[in-house]
Design a protein around this ligand. Structure first.
Ligand SMILES: Nc1ncnc2c1ncn2[C@@H]1O[C@H](COP(=O)(O)OP(=O)(O)OP(=O)(O)O)[C@@H](O)[C@H]1O
Length: 257
């Protein structure tokens, strides 16, 4: 097959890693008070795939997400995101990479209360980020079911609608990766299920790459792959798992007896 045959997206070919970490170590505190949150983590995240990171409380999930997304500097090891070696970037370059190439969805929706949904979605462009293609924007808004909500302020929207606005904001500039940290943590299970459906849709329809931290096996079951952490190390992974398979993996052996 010819390599020149119409690649659909400017990013890496489907399933090549777009984010990877090698021998990542992150310690907090010093000497006897030191905590090793990440202990030589090496892991890759494929383009156009939805990957969840799971593990017990304190296993290092958020720390890993923060190091992958350039929100925190690791103690040692390397992270490459969309071709950029994060250790080589200054703080300013890191901020620009986050603004221009990454998208974020957090548990707290982090919308600006005085702005409309539309203004929140396009905020990045107005603070100097990449130009948002209006056609792309209206496509995203339509897929997320927000077309008739654009003039509303966050207080006039339900929790699920607010999180969909946050997802639209994360997708608006066509980032290389969306990082999501417990995106359904503030939502009831029905609304959370809808939000996960839209995240999965972003992967299926737009070829978006998503890396999500979650505690919830039902949430992780929406992803293509689940990476398990324990005590700051990668413990294994499951591909296309059911919620039951994830739960079984998380339950310590013997605990169910
Ligand atoms: N800023 C910090 N200062 C000191 N210790 C920290 C800091 N951030 C995280 N830790 C420690 O690092 C370890 C991993 O924390 P992390 O928040 O990454 O775990 P987690 O798996 O996301 O946990 P949870 O599921 O409870 O959110 C924990 O022992 C935590 O107490």
């Amino acid at each position: 097959m010819s390599l020149s045959s119409s690649p659909p997206r400017p990013e890496a070919p489907a399933n090549a890693p777009v984010v990877y970490a090698a021998e990542l170590v992150k310690s907090f505190g010093r000497q006897s008070a030191a905590v090793t949150a990440l202990d030589r983590v090496s892991v890759a995240f494929e383009a156009g795939r939805f990957t969840s990171i799971m593990g017990p409380s304190g296993s290092g999930k958020s720390t890993l997400l923060h190091c992958l997304a350039g929100l925190e500097r690791p103690s040692s090891g390397s992270v490459v995101v969309a071709g950029a070696d994060l250790a080589r970037l200054s703080d300013t370059q890191l901020t620009m990479l986050r603004r221009d190439r990454l998208g974020f969805v957090f548990q707290a929706f982090n919308l600006i209360p005085t702005l409309t949904a539309e203004e929140n979605i396009t905020l990045g462009e107005r603070i100097g980020g990449p130009r948002i293609d209006p056609e792309w924007m209206s496509h995203v808004v339509r897929v997320l079911g927000l077309t008739d909500r654009l003039r509303h302020r966050p207080s006039e929207l339900s929790g699920g609608q607010q999180q969909r606005v946050a997802i639209a904001r994360a997708l608006a500039h066509r980032p290389a990766v969306v990082f999501a940290d417990e995106p359904t943590g503030n939502l009831d299970s029905h609304t959370g299920g809808e939000v996960l459906h839209f995240l999965r849709l972003a992967v299926e329809r737009f070829g978006q790459t998503i890396v999500m931290v979650t505690h919830d096996p039902a949430a992780a079951a929406h992803s293509h792959r689940v990476v398990f952490l324990r005590d700051g190390r990668v413990e294994g992974e499951l591909r296309n798992p059911s919620a039951e398979a994830i739960l079984a993996r998380l339950t310590p052996r013997g605990a169910a007896a």
